[in-house]
Design a protein around this ligand. Structure first.
Ligand SMILES: Cc1cc2nc3c(=O)[nH]c(=O)nc-3n(C[C@H](O)[C@H](O)[C@H](O)COP(=O)(O)O)c2cc1C
Length: 170
């Protein structure tokens, strides 16, 4: 599938079939995440692959929507704080930006392979730390279910390009 087709085809999947994700597809998706660029190539992230079978109750504490645990897999993108690049001039950490790029690689690779995902930030971080046994200095940043969609894409609601792009100055 052409990159632009993948970008157009991706949508937030909020219903999943229970069918398993093939191991080769999972490996391809994780490899796409591994190849993502990160600031100063620090790669300050880890991807936790969670098999949802038998863990529904614990995962529901992290994010309570049924569809979150209907998918066979959930991915958690974690930031390793001490590994991240920080801009010297103002101490701004770029871990969140790095994580977003990795997540987009995972999500687009999954889409290209016919799988569904949904970026999730509205989870309970304390529950995530506990359920996934995250050590100090490791932050849960993003989640997504990973599985075959059981819903249909909706029309995209987006601002016009003219409202989003400015030329030469604000
Ligand atoms: C950083 C980020 C966080 C998001 N968090 C959630 C979330 O917690 N729950 C949810 O259902 N969707 C979440 N979304 C999905 C957005 O609502 C969705 O991408 C947006 O409405 C556009 O729809 P589309 O993805 O179908 O194109 C998130 C998306 C992004 C990029």
């Amino acid at each position: 599938m052409d990159l632009f087709d993948v970008i157009k085809r991706r949508y937030s999947v909020r219903a999943y079939r229970p069918d398993p994700v093939e191991e080769e597809k999972l490996q391809e998706i994780l490899e796409a995440g591994r190849l993502a660029p990160t600031a100063a190539n620090r790669q300050p992230f880890r991807i936790i692959v969670v098999r949802t079978a038998g863990r529904t109750e614990a995962l529901a504490r992290i994010y309570g929507r049924d569809w979150f645990t209907d998918a066979p897999l959930v991915l958690c993108l974690c930031g390793v704080e001490e590994e991240g690049w920080v801009r010297g001039k103002d101490d701004k950490s770029y871990i969140d930006v790095d994580a977003a790029i990795v997540m987009d690689h995972l999500v687009l690779a999954a889409t290209a392979l016919g799988l569904g995902t949904c970026w999730i930030a509205a989870f309970d971080p304390d529950a995530a730390r506990e359920v996934l046994s995250l050590p100090d200095g490791v932050a849960p940043l993003l989640f997504t279910p990973l599985g075959y969609p059981a819903d249909q894409p909706r029309p995209k609601q987006r601002k016009d390009l003219d409202d989003l792009v400015k030329w030469n100055r604000w």
